[in-house]
Structures are given as structure tokens and as C-alpha cells.
Design a protein around this ligand. Structure first.
Ligand SMILES: C[S@@+](CC[C@H](N)C(=O)[O-])C[C@H]1O[C@@H](n2cnc3c(N)ncnc32)[C@H](O)[C@@H]1O
Length: 303
């Protein structure tokens, strides 16, 4: 088989996160031309922000088969074409201090960290095969970086770990918590987001890059139609409402950006609300205070 045929063969075989680009082309055409039959009940995102769930052990077994796909050229190409690589770059660049990354896969984000501002990096994934692949990636990377004197390998930890059980991490113990394309596979994504909120320091950030429903009804109709099959096959529920999940977990969103027709969302969130609120010093004076001020201006005399 030619290299080109192998390349596209793989891309279509798996249909993962990064192969969103061809999917979006078809979806866009469908959303323009397809008119749903009148009278069909439309499912709204708010009804099912989580969708079908797959037990964790099954998810781990499924991803154990996929490290090669997630580091393949087809995957990287798909991510590049759909704008995901650009978002990885700008989002991961914000990670600083002590960083925890969940569902790290084969350490796809390692090349995007700004190592001058990262002190410690703990990467976790439920799949032992993914962690093996991540170790290979870290090794290749560390050798390259060490020669430039940036990465201290002792500060990089790779662990097989379920994101639902993070009791080993103390409250407010990391400056940054990162999760890219993990929420689609969690049995309880809101619980995992709440754990991220607990673990991150009040001054820190939760950085997310996730795929899910687009918010464009006709496109979401297609996404919904294949979700059960896709979830059963890959352990990934691709119609989750990411904005809604983040809101339900009580995180505060600083910034958000969407690509691939809204199916991919980057979120910069904080555990506490730091929006500017009206200063209590500048509050509106009460009627009694206004009256007192009037009196004092007029020297207390009435004419
Ligand atoms: C779509 S891949 C994303 C990998 C990587 N973060 C990236 O951006 O390419 C999803 C990853 O989530 C992991 N995962 C699924 N459920 C998990 C869980 N409950 N805890 C930790 N990792 C999990 C899978 O093993 C897989 O590596």
C-alpha cells in the first residue's frame, strides 16, 4: 500500500479527535442542505450535557489500543487542519508553576509547555499503554531539552491514574491543571472538573481543550445520531456540552475560544471569581446620608 493510502486509511479508520477536519466539511455541507423533517423533536444540549457513559475500566481498555493512533501523522495533520494545534500552543503556553495534566495520552502536549515557567509537571492517564507511550515521548524530549538545559527530568512524573480519583492531591496544591480531550471520556466529567477546581490554587488556572457538541443545531443533530455507536467503540462521548459542564462544576471562565465549527473549545478557567465588582467604597449614598451631606454643605442652616 502506498504511504498516502496508508495515511488516509488510518485517518478514516479511527476518526479521532484530530480527524475533525474532514468530518466538519461533510457536516457543514449537511447543515446547509439537510432540513430535518418537521415535527421531529430536537434534543437540546441542556437536556443531555453528559450523554451515554462508558464504565472506566472499559474506557481504559479501549485507549490501551490507541497510543499509536494518537501520535500518528494522520492525527497530527487532522489537528493542524482543524485549528487544534494552534489552540494547544496558545493554551498550554499559559501553564506555569506546578502543573498537573490529566488524561495526558501519549504526552501530546509536552512540546507545548513553556519550560522556563514550569517547575513541576505531573502527567496522568488511566491507560497504562498511554503512559508507556508518554514515557517514550518524555525520554526523547528530555534528551533534546536537557542539552539546552531547560527540563529537569526529576520534575516530570508520569502516572497511571484515574482522573475520578485524585484524593492523593491536596487542596490548592497546583498552579495549573490541564486537561485536553479528556472530558469526552470521563464517566462523570462534572466530578472530575470539580476535583480540578479543588486541586488548583486560588491564584491558578484550569486549562481545558475539549471537543463536544457545537451549539449549531443541524450539526449537532448529526453528532447526536452517531454518539452511542462512537462511545461504545472508542469510549469517547463526542456530543457533550463543554460550556455547560464547566458551568455546572462551578469554575469561572476567563477566556474561551472555539474552532472546527464550535466542536472544539478551549477554556481558561479559575477556581474563584475574580471579575471586577463595584467597589463598596463607591456605593450610592443612602437618602439619609445625602440629607446629612446637604445639611453640612449649607452649614446646617435652612433658608
Ligand atoms: C482523546 S485522548 C486525549 C489524549 C491527550 N490528552 C491529547 O490531548 O491528545 C483521551 C485520553 O483520556 C484518557 N482517559 C480516559 N478516561 C480517563 C480517566 N477516567 N482518567 C484518566 N484518563 C482517562 C485515555 O486513556 C486517553 O489517553
Amino acid at each position: 500500500m502506498s504511504t498516502t493510502r496508508r495515511f488516509f486509511g488510518k485517518a478514516f479508520k479511527y476518526f479521532g479527535v484530530g480527524v475533525v477536519a474532514p468530518f466538519c466539511g461533510v457536516a457543514a455541507a449537511y447543515s446547509v442542505f439537510h432540513k430535518p423533517p418537521t415535527g421531529t423533536a430536537t434534543i437540546t444540549l441542556k437536556d443531555t450535557p453528559i450523554g451515554p457513559t462508558i464504565p472506566r475500566e472499559q474506557v481504559a481498555a479501549k485507549y490501551d489500543e490507541l497510543p499509536d493512533f494518537f501520535r500518528s501523522k494522520a492525527q497530527k495533520f487532522g489537528e493542524y487542519m482543524s485549528g487544534i494545534t494552534g489552540l494547544r500552543y496558545s493554551l498550554i503556553a499559559r501553564a506555569y508553576g506546578d502543573v498537573l495534566e490529566l488524561a495526558c495520552g501519549p504526552a501530546s502536549n509536552l512540546e507545548f509547555y513553556q519550560l522556563r515557567i514550569v517547575n513541576k509537571l505531573v502527567m496522568c492517564d488511566i491507560s497504562p499503554k498511554m503512559i508507556e507511550a508518554a514515557k517514550e515521548q518524555a525520554l526523547a524530549f528530555a534528551i533534546e531539552r536537557e542539552s539546552r538545559g531547560n527540563l529537569r527530568p526529576k520534575n516530570l512524573q508520569l502516572k497511571v491514574k484515574d482522573a475520578h480519583d485524585m484524593s492523593e492531591f491536596a487542596d490548592a496544591s497546583f498552579d495549573t491543571v490541564v486537561d485536553t480531550f479528556g472530558l469526552c471520556s470521563y464517566e462523570d466529567p462534572v466530578r472530575v472538573l470539580q476535583e480540578m477546581k479543588r486541586i488548583v490554587k486560588p491564584t491558578g488556572f484550569v486549562l481545558l481543550l475539549e471537543h463536544g457538541a457545537s451549539g449549531i443545531q443541524s450539526l449537532d443533530n448529526i453528532i447526536y445520531s452517531g454518539v452511542e455507536r462512537h462511545a461504545a467503540k472508542y469510549g469517547c462521548v463526542h456530543n457533550r456540552d463543554i460550556d455547560e459542564l464547566v458551568k455546572r462544576a462551578g469554575l469561572f471562565v476567563d477566556d474561551t475560544k472555539k474552532v472546527a465549527f464550535g466542536t472544539v473549545t478551549a477554556v481558561v478557567a479559575r477556581p474563584i471569581d475574580v471579575q471586577l465588582v463595584p467597589s463598596p467604597i463607591k456605593r450610592e449614598a443612602t437618602e439619609a446620608e445625602k440629607e446629612a451631606a446637604r445639611k453640612s454643605r449649607s452649614g446646617g442652616h435652612h433658608h
